[in-house]
Ligand binder design. Structure first.
Ligand code: NAI
Length: 190
């Protein structure tokens, strides 16, 4: 869309995405299909419809728990707003960090969590704290009304059914890179 392309075939999408054209058509068909036979896909329509499926047509307020290196890096990343994720608050238990400014958001003490979540319609919490405290913090977040947790702590959280948790392990991506690197090197040496 940014390149001014108005219409695209599953073949052309396949070349861009390294996925077969039939896989793309099959995936789209799971959501009812978005194209006409022989016409391809209208790019803007596709973009908007996929956005709706992902819930990106709605706004989500999020907070970050843990104002360390990772929490601050995420808080400073502007592009979440462009996708409708609004950075509303940041919390830590270290008194030295309270009052610090991260892109216009003032770090607060975790004692303020309940009040803040209830008063600001926060639905997503990002957990960037060590695994030791993460399970207990997640339990409290759910109690205070959080509906979804983006979990960077290296621990499985115990949450009730209906609460969405997405675990992130950056090392997964690094291992994938390592696998591809090794595979490429092996192919070159054959
Ligand atoms: P950091 O030490 O810079 O920051 C952690 C912050 O959490 C500190 O400010 C600390 O005061 C705060 N904190 C600790 N317990 C807390 C609690 N119960 N409530 C509120 N705040 C609390 O560490 P960094 O580098 O920001 O990493 C944070 C965590 O994320 C680490 O445990 C690390 O293992 C994990 N991590 C996960 C990655 C992933 O791919 N999933 C990648 C990088 C880090």
């Amino acid at each position: 869309m940014a390149d001014g392309v108005e219409r695209i075939s599953s073949q052309d999408l396949s070349k861009l995405m390294n996925v077969t054209a039939s896989q793309i058509r099959q995936d789209f068909n799971n959501f009812g299909g978005f194209g006409q036979q022989g016409y391809g896909y209208n790019v803007e329509y596709l973009y908007n419809e996929i956005g709706k499926i992902l819930g990106l047509d709605q706004k989500h307020n999020f907070i970050i728990i843990g104002a360390g290196n990772l929490g601050r890096a995420l808080g400073n990343y502007m592009n979440f707003e462009r996708r409708g994720f609004l950075f509303k608050g940041m919390f830590d238990m270290n008194p030295d960090l309270i009052g610090m400014d991260v892109r216009g958001v003032t770090v607060m003490h975790t004692d303020e969590l309940e009040k803040f979540i209830r008063e600001n319609e926060i639905d997503i919490a990002v957990l960037t704290i060590p695994k030791t405290g993460a399970v207990a913090v997640a339990e409290k977040l759910v109690q205070y009304g959080i509906k979804a947790i983006w979990n960077f702590a290296h621990v499985d959280l115990k949450v009730p059914a209906g609460i969405q948790v997405e675990n992130v392990h950056l090392s997964d991506s690094l291992m994938k890179l390592s696998y591809n690197l090794n595979r490429y090197n092996e192919e070159q040496n054959q």
